[in-house]
Each structure stands twice: as C-alpha cells, then as structure tokens.
Design a protein around this ligand. Structure first.
Ligand code: 5GP
Ligand code: MG
Length: 182
C-alpha cells in the first residue's frame, strides 16, 4: 500500500536560513539585559531550536518538554496534549521563550503557556517556525513567526509524518498517494 510522501517545496532551505537569522537578531534585541530560558517542544522543534539558539547573541538556558498531540499515521491533532503533566525545569521568575515547529490548532502552545504560568514564569513568549492560516480553536498569540502558510500538512525542518521526514532541509507539502486505478 502506498503512503503519503513529501511533495512540492513550499519554503526552500535558503529562505528558512535567512528568516531564522532575522528572528535570532530580533529575539536577541528583546532579551538584551534580561535572563532568557528557551523551552523547546520536542520532537518537532529540534532543528529550528538548535539553528535559532546558535545565532542568539545573548546568554540563555535551554529546557525541553516532550509533548505530543499527534499519534501514528495521521495528519490530524488528537485533541489532547500528552506529556503536559511531566514538565521538568525551574521556571519560577523566568522569562521563557517557547520554541516550536508549527502553530496549528494552538492546543499545544495554549497548554504549554498555561503550564508555564502555573509554574510561576515571569513572562512567556512564543516563537514558531511556521503558522498555519486558519481559524484556531485555541487562541494563541505567536510573538515571532518564521512563515505564514496555507492550512496544509507540511513536513521537513523538524516537521514529521509518522516520525519521518524531519531532516528534509526544505518545508514541503505532504502529498497523498495517487489513488490506484480501477
Ligand atoms: P497544535 O497543537 O497547534 O494543533 O499542533 C501542534 C503539533 O501538531 C505541532 O507541534 C506538530 O507536531 C503537529 N502539526 C500540526 N500541523 C502540522 C503539519 O502541518 N505538519 C506536521 N508535520 N506536524 C503538524
Ligand atoms: Mg510537534
């Protein structure tokens, strides 16, 4: 049986690199003379987090939470955030920047933000590589956005389908398999 596979390039690697450098400059400017804790949401943010963090010109800490709202061969959110009760790190009084791959329904980032506030963070901001253009059931404001994209399922730059394609350098639309001929 054939599977969905990466299709046309939506955002080329060169654009991702350029945009990440720009975001790093803006973030460095905002957190000048303030403590900063980057909170990466695994697994999707690994590449973006590493690329962004290495270009910051200010000191920072890094924490990571492993959260999941998609399970298995699906392109739809399951509607619950697994892992939100197991969230390590000291966030009391911290200025936290959540770094994630994509803002889709907003569920993950809304839950993450609420958890950080409950843990006593002083400020919580959000940076995502891509944001989907759609009505979101969970209202979340992203302070820094790499790219606004149409409401399509994308892979590459950390974004997966069933665990695959995270390492693709470009962001691509996932294509459904051609339907078999009768
Ligand atoms: P949200 O909670 O905003 O619905 O989505 C959070 C997670 O859903 C993202 O971190 C990502 O793992 C997954 N997700 C949402 N949209 C996409 C997409 O277009 N492609 C991929 N690969 N993952 C997505
Ligand atoms: Mg993710």
């Amino acid at each position: 049986m054939s599977e969905p596979a990466p299709g046309p390039i939506l955002i080329p690697a060169t654009a991702v690199r350029r945009r990440t450098a720009l975001l790093a400059r803006k973030i460095s400017a905002l957190y000048q003379n303030r403590d900063l804790t980057l909170l990466g949401i695994l697994n999707g943010s690994i590449f973006f987090l590493a690329d962004l963090a290495r270009q910051l010109t200010i000191p920072f800490r890094v924490e990571c939470w492993r959260l999941r709202s998609y399970v298995g061969k699906t392109t739809r959110s399951a509607g619950t955030v697994h892992g939100i009760t197991k969230t390590p790190g000291a966030f009391r009084g911290a200025n936290v920047l959540i770094v994630d791959d994509i803002l889709d329904t907003g569920l993950t980032l809304a839950a993450t933000r609420a958890r950080l506030v409950a843990m006593g963070s002083r400020s919580v901001r959000v940076c995502v590589l891509v944001r989907k253009h759609k009505r979101r059931p969970h209202r979340v404001r992203a302070d820094w956005v790499g790219f606004d994209i149409p409401d399509e399922f994308v892979v590459g730059c950390g974004l997966d389908y069933d665990g695959m394609y995270r390492g693709l350098p470009d962001i691509r639309v996932l294509k459904a398999p051609a339907s078999p001929r009768e």
